[in-house]
Design a protein around this ligand. Structure first.
Ligand code: NAD
Length: 259
């Protein structure tokens, strides 16, 4: 399927590692120039260099802490100005944030909301005028936990529920401007986040063993690969998904129970 993404420009938050990096790789492979935001300059620049080498596209690393209002604003504005246009925004930056309710302080709640929810709100706000011009689209990366919160899952499950609602509300508001807004709800996907979890176990067994154990109980028998998320996002932002907006699509190997 030709996604017809050639020549478009995308901004991906949290694009230096894991799922965000894979999304950037797929978009670049499909012909997009891509701006990436993350906090650590070295990791970000390495990712941008590797993706540019592999795709031949322009990949722009912009150091930014998406939990800060100014950084979010400057990231999107710089991306659009430097790439000359902006067609696609992927709000992906985030990390784990699951605690028992009685272990979650105000600071923990605020930090989770700042990067995952306000990061998406602020980046979207700055991107909308460019997207309106281009008939572009936004994909918010959230989690199946936002729809099916489990025990000891705050604040992230609540932040994700807000992200799913934000997606639906914005999709209604911007449809007439030709801007589509969707969310991809992740189950368990291989990433740097999971590697850090393995390291925290004292590297018991190999990383592959760790991933195998994480896949037990998932109907498709394994956890997901980041490039599988990249493929779904690339489809959603493409004109082949022109009639899809306000959708919340789970990519979780069949794990969640919600219909
Ligand atoms: P990861 O840790 O491998 O990558 C996260 C990326 O976000 C990195 O590039 C990191 O630099 C960036 N980031 C984090 N906080 C940031 C901030 N304040 N400012 C700028 N960049 C920041 O994690 P991942 O697994 O690839 O996760 C990607 C997204 O998917 C996250 O929002 C995560 O919560 C969500 N998610 C992942 C899974 C999973 O199983 N991997 C499941 C559910 C949701």
């Amino acid at each position: 399927m030709n996604l017809q993404l050639e020549g478009l420009a995308a901004a991906v938050t949290g694009g230096s590692e894991g799922v965000g990096r894979a999304i950037a790789e797929v978009l670049a492979r499909e012909g997009c120039d891509v701006a990436l935001a993350a906090r650590r300059r070295d990791v970000l620049e390495d990712a941008a260099h590797d993706i540019a080498q592999a795709s031949g596209r322009r990949i722009l690393p912009i150091q930014a802490d998406l939990s800060r209002a100014d950084d979010a604003r400057i990231f999107v504005a710089t991306a659009a100005r430097s790439l000359g246009r902006l067609d696609i925004l992927v709000n992906n930056a985030g990390g784990p944030g699951a605690h028992r309710f009685d272990g979650a302080s105000d600071e923990i709640w605020q930090a989770d909301l700042d990067v995952k929810l306000f990061g998406a709100i602020r980046c979207s706000r700055v991107a909308l005028p460019y997207l309106r011009h281009a008939g572009g689209s936004i994909v918010n990366i959230t989690s199946t936990g936002g729809r099916e919160p489990s025990q000891a899952s705050v604040p992230t499950s609540v932040t994700r529920a807000a992200g799913i609602a934000l997606t639906k509300a914005m999709s209604k508001e911007y449809a007439d401007a030709g801007i589509r807004v969707n969310t991809v709800m992740l189950g368990s996907i291989r990433s740097a986040q999971w590697e850090r979890r393995w390291e925290a176990t004292g590297r018991q067994g190999t990383l592959e063993d760790f991933y195998d154990r994480a896949g037990v109980g998932i109907p498709l028998g394994r956890i997901g690969r980041p490039e599988e998320v990249g493929d779904l996002v690339a489809f959603l932002v493409s004109s082949r998904a022109a009639y899809i907006t306000g959708a919340a699509i789970a990519i979780d190997g069949g794990q969640s129970n919600a219909i």
